[in-house]
Structure formats: structure tokens, C-alpha cells
Design a protein around this ligand. Structure first.
Ligand SMILES: Nc1ncnc2c1ncn2[C@@H]1O[C@H](COP(=O)(O)OP(=O)(O)O)[C@@H](O)[C@H]1O
Ligand SMILES: [Mg+2]
Length: 286
């Protein structure tokens, strides 16, 4: 890519600088489970994440400005504004799952939010809660209280981030629920532009940044199947893998089943045929 300088690699994305103000985020087909990137890729997964993010960015502009400048023809490359990223992960939880469930079970609270006693795993919370986490350079992000997060970014910015993220989540969850997908929780990344405005960045409301559950199977009282990664998780668990690097190779039927689920999530949420996205990624931006 002659017009771009490689500036970094995340678990899923390659980052290139186009100039001082613009980045190119290229979403690979890498898949991680239990926080370990697996040796096998899931074809088109990066396109699903890119297309879904573009779709949500276009539909949430009135809630928050975002970093999107354009999608490239390959369907996996996002041109975006380069921001100064906040040093926190902005997590919103509408249901009690994952580390939220673990923290609640141990302490009755999640990130400083005291919750009613006796809630079961995967309960829908009375109101969504903002539960920030640190951005771990390696290993697991760690949940922190609002007070700790406010210390990291400043009280005013923290309050604004909380307000914006809760509104984004409420909008998306309602939208997805009508299409058979529960967005149990989600992680946003926010940054500041040159004028100090808070801007939504990274990927947004994708299966990788969120817990998507099939709505028709939702049964509180235990863990829920993942809409997208359940085949991978089941396969990995069955191998007896210890969940440390390196992970197992995925067999073809697991890859195909997982690709189909990612594509299904895309089509259900956007109402757009995935083939139409492949032909012209800008269909998600209209
Ligand atoms: N507009 C932006 N400006 C600067 N950095 C960004 C922007 N959008 C996303 N990023 C960063 O790009 C990286 C995306 O790569 P990814 O593979 O998702 O990383 P990770 O393994 O941290 O999830 C993240 O570090 C994210 O914070
Ligand atoms: Mg990421």
C-alpha cells in the first residue's frame, strides 16, 4: 500500500497512517476466543465487522460524531480521522454476563454500580450501566469504578462519555432486538479530535466488540449461546485446550459455520444482502 505507512497491529486490525490526520484501519479475518487469536481465519469476518461498523456509524451520527471518513472497495478498510484515544474502554452492559456477572457474584456490584440482590446470570438489568475498564496492553482489561475512570480522563469527559455510550447502546439494542439479536453488552472506544470534541472511534456494535445472543434462545439463569462464536467456543472447549496461546486450528465445518453466523448477523441487522455489500461497501452508508 504505497499511500500508507504501517503504524501498528491490533489483535484484529492493521493500522496505517494515510497522513497526519487520517488512518486506515484494515480488519483482518483473524478470530480470537478466550482472548487468544487462533491460527485459523474466518473468511470475510473482517468485512462483516467493517460493514456493520459503517452501518452503525451512519445511523448514530445524531447521537455522537464518529471517526468514519469512508470505506474502501475491499470492504475491510476504513478511512478514519486519527484521534487521541481515551485510555479507557467504554463498556455498556444491559445484561449481567462475563466479568459483570463475575463481579456481581463476588461483590453485589459492577464497577461501583450496586445492583439488587438475587439476580441470576444473564438477567436483563433494570437499566443499562456504564462499566469502564482499563485498556490493557496485553492480557485482560480490568474493570474499574466510575471514580477511577473519571480520574483517568477527567470528570467532565467521563460524564459525557457515559451519557453518549448509554444512548448509543439503548439505540442499538432496540434496533437489534427487533431483528432477533440481543446485544447483551458492548464496548465503545472514544477519542478526542483536534478541537477536543469527543468522537466515537474504532469498531462499533459488532459481534467482536459486543455480546450478541440469539433472542429466541434467551433464557436467564445461566450463560447464553453466542450468536457468532459459539461453534468456535464449543470446539475449543471440546479439545481440552487450556485457553493459553497458542490456540487450536479450526476444522473446516467450524470455520464455515462461524462465517455463516457472522454473515447472518450482518444481514439481520442491516437488512442488506452480504453479496450487495461485497459488490459495493458503501451500501451500508446510505
Ligand atoms: N480513530 C482512531 N484514531 C486512533 N486510533 C484508533 C482509532 N480508531 C481505532 N483506533 C485504535 O486502533 C486499534 C484497532 O485495532 P484492533 O485490532 O481492534 O486492536 P485491539 O487488539 O486493541 O482490539 C485499537 O488500538 C484502537 O484503539
Ligand atoms: Mg479492537
Amino acid at each position: 500500500m504505497p499511500d500508507a505507512v504501517h503504524v501498528g497491529s491490533g489483535k484484529v486490525r492493521e493500522l496505517y497512517a494515510l497522513d497526519d490526520e487520517r488512518l486506515l484501519l484494515v480488519a483482518s479475518d483473524r478470530i480470537s476466543t478466550f482472548d487468544v487469536v487462533l491460527p485459523t481465519e474466518v473468511p470475510d469476518k473482517g468485512r462483516v465487522l467493517t460493514g456493520l461498523s459503517g452501518f452503525w456509524f451512519t445511523r448514530t451520527r445524531s447521537i455522537a460524531p464518529n471517526h468514519l471518513l469512508g470505506l474502501r472497495e475491499d470492504g475491510r478498510s476504513t478511512e478514519c480521522r486519527r484521534l487521541e484515544m481515551l485510555p479507557i474502554e467504554c463498556v455498556v452492559r444491559g445484561y449481567l454476563s462475563g466479568s459483570g456477572w463475575r463481579d456481581y457474584s463476588a461483590t453485589g456490584a459492577v464497577c461501583g454500580h450496586e445492583l439488587p440482590a438475587g439476580l441470576v446470570e444473564s438477567t436483563r438489568l433494570p437499566e443499562p450501566i456504564f462499566t469502564p475498564a482499563t485498556k490493557a496492553q496485553s492480557g485482560h482489561d480490568e474493570n474499574i469504578t466510575g471514580a477511577q475512570a473519571a480520574e483517568l480522563v477527567g470528570a467532565e469527559l467521563y460524564a459525557e462519555a457515559e451519557r453518549v455510550c448509554l444512548e448509543l447502546y439503548r439505540f442499538a439494542r432496540e434496533y437489534a432486538a427487533a431483528r432477533g439479536i440481543v446485544i447483551a453488552d458492548t464496548k465503545f472506544e472514544l477519542g478526542l479530535d483536534g478541537e477536543g470534541r469527543l468522537v466515537l472511534a474504532d469498531e462499533a456494535l459488532t459481534p467482536d466488540s459486543s455480546r450478541f445472543w440469539p433472542a429466541d434462545e434467551y433464557t436467564p439463569g445461566g450463560p447464553q449461546p453466542s450468536f457468532d462464536k459459539q461453534f468456535v467456543r464449543d470446539f475449543c472447549e471440546a479439545t481440552g485446550w487450556d485457553k493459553t496461546y497458542p490456540g487450536p486450528e479450526l476444522p473446516e465445518e467450524v470455520v464455515n459455520g462461524t462465517r455463516a453466523r457472522y454473515v447472518e448477523a450482518f444481514e439481520r441487522l442491516t437488512g442488506i444482502a452480504f453479496d450487495d455489500y461485497l459488490a459495493d461497501p458503501e451500501v451500508v452508508l446510505r
